[in-house]
Design a protein around this ligand. Structure first.
Ligand SMILES: *Cc1c(COP(=O)(O)O)cnc(C)c1O
Length: 439
């Protein structure tokens, strides 16, 4: 069993995270509970800084993709670690601003930002808009004009590279809801258009080729495609990009078989590809931006559940059901994602049986883990599911009117609440009974 970050097993045989006994966390905060390892979050941020921001030959910037996990406390940690921030909605932007995040270091993504969202971001004075399409480009130009400002933008480009976990595919990929494809000429057209608009300041290009990527070569290839396009923009339009944003997507270990490279190796490959590629094409070096989400927060999150019913179907399978499931972690149901886990209160005991972990939601697809080897299991045991930091809380929902869990930040034996557990009262707070139903 692979432990992550500051995890260890104490003398009582129980899993600890950030020096906190998981049984103690459960007693104090209840389950399900998201536990975030502050030390590991910071280590990951520092690994990214070291990998992208400390090469004297090329300027780098790392911005955290907040859609992976965003709360006010998280925004504070990211700011303290010197990273910038990606937001994809008014809600994420609002959270960042409420936390006091420096707006100048915020990039705003999304393929359908509303006028209200664009207004909000202009009013806040965010750093960059990553503009997806012509509609948005004109809308933003108009709104910036009304304010008498110029909006700094990157254009989202579809490079025709689709990365999958262990491979990448060179596609003419035209059929995407995101960005403008190079292959159709649309990318060139939108750059030309942006350069002509009076309230738009085109700073560079953006691309994002996928998520949970293990194959570093896919990044090398993407750099080449983007630099070829930059060379074309220079020769045809005389345009030189200040910024090249290569998106996020770097993969992490979830379960047996996942073998990500190190963040250092990822950084080195990308830096070297950009340096060599610019030299070959005689292009000035752009500022290199990357946008990791999952690889900063994923491994730093663990979900603790209490085991409830244990159901053995003789000769078939043993199900153990926990007090959460697809509501707090929709990924297995959405993407067949795999997770690893252990019984936190029996962390030193050898596995004796194989069980499948079911959630409590009314959906047969609500299974968290198939075929997990564990010690003998009984109701009341604590199950710790690893690497739930990314796209769990941020995708959590209230299906079945189950309140969403609390989250704590642990460090050096201290646990602090960063998200309060939802109450039943929270669940009905926006419900309205029309007068005619009150009679
Ligand atoms: C989702 C996303 C990211 C982050 O992806 P991860 O897989 O979490 O690293 C970065 N940039 C853009 C544009 C994204 O949509």
């Amino acid at each position: 069993m692979r432990l992550h970050g500051t995890m260890s097993i104490n003398a009582e045989g129980r899993l600890t995270i950030g020096g906190c006994d998981t049984a103690g966390l459960v007693a104090e905060f209840g389950t399900p509970l998201y536990v975030f390892d502050e030390e590991l979050i910071r280590q990951n941020c520092r690994a990214y800084r070291a990998a992208f921001m400390q090469d004297e030959r090329i300027q780098g910037e790392v911005i955290y993709a907040s859609k992976a996990f965003m709360t006010k406390a998280m925004a504070r940690i990211i700011q303290e670690e010197g990273l910038g921030l990606d937001v994809v909605s008014g809600g994420e932007l609002y959270t960042a601003l409420e936390a006091g995040f420096d707006p100048a270091r915020i990039y705003f993504h999304g393929n359908n930002k509303s006028p209200a969202e664009l207004e909000m971001a202009l009013a806040a004075g965010i750093g960059y808009f990553v503009v997806d399409n012509f509609t948005e480009l004109h809308l933003l130009n108009g709104l910036a004009g009304e304010r008498g400002v110029k909006a700094s933008i990157l254009l989202r480009i579809t490079p025709g590279v689709e990365a999958h976990t262990h491979e990448y595919i060179q596609t003419g990929q035209i059929d995407s809801k995101f960005g403008s494809a190079i292959s159709t000429g649309q990318a060139l057209a939108i750059v030309e258009e942006a350069l002509q608009l009076p309230h738009i300041d085109l700073k560079g290009l953006h691309c994002h080729i996928g998520s949970q990527i293990f194959e570093l070569e896919s990044y090398r290839y993407t750099v080449q495609v983007m630099l070829d396009f930059l060379a074309e923009l220079r020769s045809r339009l005389g345009f030189t990009a200040e910024i090249l944003n290569l998106g996020g997507g770097f993969g992490i270990y979830y379960a047996e078989g996942d073998e990500p490279a190190s963040i250092a190796a990822y950084g080195q490959l990308v830096r070297e590809s950009v340096l060599a590629g610019c030299e070959e094409r005689d292009l000035p070096l752009p500022r290199l931006v990357v946008e990791p989400g999952r690889s900063i927060i994923g491994p730093a999150g663990t979900t603790l559940y209490t085991v409830g019913s244990v159901k053995e179907i003789p000769g078939v399978r043993t199900y153990i059901a926990v007090d959460g499931g697809m509501g707090d972690n929709p990924r297995p149901a959405l993407y067949q994602s795999r997770y690893s886990a252990l019984l936190a209160n029996k962390a030193d005991q050898p596995a004796e049986i194989v069980v499948s972990v079911a959630g409590k939601y009314c959906e047969s697809g609500d299974m968290l883990i198939w075929d997990l080897a564990v010690p003998r299991t009984e109701p009341g045991d604590i199950l710790a599911v690893f690497c739930t930091g990314a796209y769990n809380y941020s995708m959590a929902m209230n299906y079945n009117r189950v309140p969403r869990p609390a989250a704590v930040l642990v460090k050096d034996g201290q646990a602090d609440l960063i998200i309060r557990r939802e109450s039943y009262a929270d669940l009905v707070q926006n419900d309205v009974i029309p007068e005619r139903l009150k009679k």
